[in-house]
Design a protein around this ligand. Structure first.
Ligand SMILES: Cc1cc2nc3c(=O)[nH]c(=O)nc-3n(C[C@H](O)[C@H](O)[C@H](O)COP(=O)(O)OP(=O)(O)OC[C@H]3O[C@@H](n4cnc5c(N)ncnc54)[C@H](O)[C@@H]3O)c2cc1C
Length: 466
């Protein structure tokens, strides 16, 4: 992604705060910047914004929100959420940013709900692995397209201009790193230059760029990419060219239960309610309940890179609140079976092996045996017929590495000093998951997109109004 010299350049079109990307991070940054008195413009490469936000489950963790209190969830605090984030990352994320995001999370969700009328409510009937409280907030369908539609409606209501089919391709930058403007390339190849006083990079990560995945996350290069294909790492490419500090590039959010060949993810309550996975030989291979992100590689390492998920009506019922699970059901991905024999037939494995696997899980759930993979099945009732069985693969949802930022969401140079007017958030910035796949706390993607977006918008507005 080229960096052009700003010297001598004048811009016919200008705005104070320019935002690249119209996902959760970009729309929220724009709403916050406008509210804090700045003139804002959003650039979006697609004709209609459909970034990873719109593909997501739309679930945002936050601690101490008004919605939680109204739902009777009185014991959640930013301290608990910060600890959950840091513990999941084995302590290997930026603690200062983790604490900041946890502390801001209630303000962000309250503001989105009250001021911008996002139709959010608390998820009460299940908890993701690593969440020690019910942190999740989502819109009714638990589908990111609904969340993004509400954010875009708020952007429209606030009269914030959004230029679509407008890919930011080049940055005009002074020798000291001050961004003076952006070159926009239209689908027909025509270009326009737009000047700005501050730039917010909200164009997410590099999941859509195979070369970057091969370089930084080679173990996932052959895996199915389930995120937005237009997220081609433009923020990190500019960052590399500008000498920005870029961290945790091997980190990613995976998902260990994407139905194949249907390409839609199964609701994780299928696992948390007692479901488990077997490989094509009918044998378990992991503690499935450590987290859906790290499960992706565990599945990808099985014969033929696939596995089978077995769960029951209880997990199915909770999962049916999630749009992607409903899609799996409607696509006929979930086979209903009543006996181990029927399940073995669907899988095509040896009946005796599968029967033995199922018997062992029952014994572990009854507390008669310890699970060889270290999973605790005793907190939920054992599965009972009718069972649901689905063929699954491990997928890459989105990348977690990116531009290092400070508490004002200012992008940092390699020497730790901030660029004068460059901000980043969401998937464009370094996440909170540490260096690999196991550090991703469920919901961390939207938690960083929403909170970093709001903070970047406020800080950028403050800068340009000085
Ligand atoms: C299937 C799936 C389910 C998920 N479920 C959840 C969940 O329930 N909870 C959660 O917290 N996280 C979830 N995530 C992760 C979450 O979706 C992302 O972390 C989050 O949406 C990132 O938001 P963003 O605004 O940074 O990026 P995006 O929403 O991807 O927005 C980036 C935008 O930038 C645009 N863009 C890119 N490059 C340019 C350019 N050069 N010029 C102009 N525009 C550009 C893109 O077109 C896109 O619209 C999920 C992800 C996937 C794929």
């Amino acid at each position: 992604m080229p960096i052009l010299k700003a010297e001598g350049k004048s811009f016919q079109t200008r705005t104070q705060v320019l935002v690249v990307g119209a996902g959760a991070c970009g729309t929220i940054a724009a709403l916050a910047a406008k509210e804090h008195g700045a003139e804002v413009l959003i650039l979006e490469r697609d004709a209609k914004p459909t970034g990873s936000t719109s593909l997501s489950g739309g679930q945002i963790p936050a601690a101490g929100t008004k919605l939680q209190r109204a739902a009777g969830l009185l014991d959640d605090t930013p301290e608990i959420l910060a600890k959950d984030i840091i513990d999941k990352a084995h302590g290997e994320c930026d603690h200062e940013i983790a604490w900041l995001v946890a502390r801001e999370s209630a303000k962000t969700v309250d503001w989105l709900y009250e001021r911008h009328k996002l139709p959010l409510s608390c998820i009460l009937d299940f908890q993701y692995p690593g969440h020690s409280r019910k942190h999740m907030h989502a819109s009714p369908s638990r589908f990111g397209a609904e969340l993004l539609a509400a954010l875009l409606a708020a952007v429209e209501k606030e009269d914030i201009p959004l230029a679509t089919s407008a890919r930011a391709t080049d940055l005009y930058v002074d020798p000291d790193g001050r961004v003076r403007g952006v070159r926009v390339t239209r689908p027909d190849g025509k270009t326009e230059d737009i000047g700005c006083d501050a730039l917010i990079l909200a164009c997410c990560g590099y999941g859509g760029d195979k070369a970057l995945i091969a370089k930084y996350i080679p173990e996932m290069v052959d895996a199915h990419y389930h995120g937005h294909v237009g997220n081609t790492g433009d923020a990190v490419k500019w960052g590399e060219a500008l000498g920005a500090s870029i961290k945790d590039m091997g980190s990613f959010q995976g998902h260990g239960a994407v139905a194949t060949p249907h390409n839609t993810h199964i609701g994780w309550p299928a696992i948390t309610e007692g479901g488990y996975q077997v490989n094509k030989h009918g044998k378990r291979f992991s503690n499935e309940n450590e987290g859906y992100s790290e499960q992706a590689l565990k599945v990808a390492r099985q014969p033929d890179h696939i596995a089978w998920l077995i769960f029951d009506e209880r997990g199915h019922k909770v999962s049916m609140q999630m749009h992607s699970h409903v899609v799996a059901e409607e696509a006929g991905a979930l086979k209903v079976c009543n006996t181990p024999q029927e399940i073995a037939k669907v899988i095509g494995c040896d009946v005796a092996t599968l029967t033995q696997t199922m018997k062992e899980v029952e014994e572990v759930a009854a507390g008669k045996k310890k699970d060889p993979f270290g999973r605790d099945f005793t907190t939920k009732p054992a599965l009972k017929a009718p069972y649901r069985v689905v063929k699954i693969m491990g997928a890459l949802f989105h990348t977690q590495g990116g531009l290092e930022i400070n508490k004002e969401m200012r992008v940092l140079k390699k020497d730790g000093k901030p660029f004068p007017n460059l901000f980043a958030g969401g998937g464009a910035a370094r996440g909170l998951s540490g260096p690999s796949d196991w550090g991703y706390l469920s919901g961390s993607g939207l938690m960083t997109a929403t909170n970093m977006g709001r903070l970047a918008g406020i800080a950028a507005a403050k800068l340009v109004r000085k």
